[in-house]
Ligand binder design. Sequence first.
Ligand SMILES: CCCCCCCCC/C=C/C(=O)SCCNC(=O)CCNC(=O)[C@H](O)C(C)(C)COP(=O)(O)OP(=O)(O)OC[C@H]1O[C@@H](n2cnc3c(N)ncnc32)[C@H](O)[C@@H]1OP(=O)(O)O
Ligand SMILES: NC(=O)C1=CN([C@@H]2O[C@H](COP(=O)(O)OP(=O)(O)OC[C@H]3O[C@@H](n4cnc5c(N)ncnc54)[C@H](OP(=O)(O)O)[C@@H]3O)[C@@H](O)[C@H]2O)C=CC1
Length: 293
Amino acid sequence: MFKDSTLANKRVLITGGGTGLGKEIAKGLLSYGAEVYICGRRESVLQETVTELAKIGSGKIHYRVTDIRDPDAIETMVASIWEEGALTGLINNAAANFISPTKDLSPRGYQAIRSTVMDGAFYTVLAIGKRWIKEGIKGSIVSNLVTWVWTGSAYVVPSAMAKTAIDSMTKSLAVEWGRYGIRVNAVAPGPFPTEGAWDKLNPTGTSTGATDASTVPMGRYGEMQELANLMTFLQADGCDYITGQTIGIDGGHHLAAPSTFASLGSWSDDDWSSVRDSIKASAEKEKTQRSVG
Ligand SMILES: CCCCCCCCC/C=C/C(=O)SCCNC(=O)CCNC(=O)[C@H](O)C(C)(C)COP(=O)(O)OP(=O)(O)OC[C@H]1O[C@@H](n2cnc3c(N)ncnc32)[C@H](O)[C@@H]1OP(=O)(O)O
Ligand SMILES: NC(=O)C1=CN([C@@H]2O[C@H](COP(=O)(O)OP(=O)(O)OC[C@H]3O[C@@H](n4cnc5c(N)ncnc54)[C@H](OP(=O)(O)O)[C@@H]3O)[C@@H](O)[C@H]2O)C=CC1
């Protein structure tokens, strides 16, 4: 989709880049020439990903073991990356989530999710953004959110709340940091199955609700390359006027709500024919009762 050199000279940190979507995004950015940093809490996972991905593109991929819930740890990570050169991009991707009735959540359960999704993204943006402002670097921030920022979602309330906070950060900082040429955008994926997410959101193994591909208008899950391409576009030069946007990539999933007629897609031509006859018969009956028009 892009030239191999589209991201040459770009240096991008992907939080949570050792697994799942972060790893797939790392593959995409590397293949278009970027140098990539990934971080997470499990060194063995990060090491394995770096070894695997070093064969792709420029092959410049590095890791840092960091818990993004800890602002001091983020500062240490960012300072050590800067010793090797300034970043040009950040992808806020690390997250925590699990399905649970909200009434059963403890404050610690809520905090585990909020502190990763909301605080972690904010601390990382702050550590990198202040360096960009000081050094006059026109960086690109992209946060990996979810379509719940528009719909909300039952049974994952802390995640929906924290992602929505970062959606608000995206709009707000785009304005505040526009004068520095720093772009702040987000993407809102629909279902892209990963082991990390499916273990926590689809634990019965039976796809229901948000993990059910049959309720996606396009009738399928997202493909990793599609998300990696969108991230590449948002990290590349060429459309720098895009800022403050949260871009959905969900095959139309969140628009196909039960409160719309989305489910009528399953009706056959015969079904539509009898429905049309029924509606017409009702209209004809009303016409016979009209005294004007
Ligand atoms: C649109 C379509 C999209 C389709 C679907 C896709 C939607 C995508 C949207 C977002 C998706 C994601 O983010 S998917 C990301 C999935 N990946 C992850 O979650 C990776 C990171 N996760 C983790 O580290 C852990 O799973 C997590 C539990 C969150 C945090 O671990 P910690 O070690 O920090 O914390 P712990 O000490 O284990 O637990 C902290 C507290 O949480 C409670 N807790 C833990 N699990 C619990 C559970 N299942 N139910 C209730 N409570 C739980 C514990 O009892 C503790 O509370 P006390 O008992 O009071 O002490
Ligand atoms: N999969 C999907 O269908 C969708 C996913 N998303 C979003 O995509 C992103 C990635 O999710 P996905 O790949 O599916 O799930 P994963 O569980 O594979 O990814 C989560 C990553 O975040 C890291 N992480 C978690 N907590 C921390 C922490 N405190 N500090 C540093 N790193 C941390 C994990 O590594 P470690 O545990 O080693 O720290 C892991 O690599 C998330 O933001 C999610 O909300 C959005 C919509 C749909």
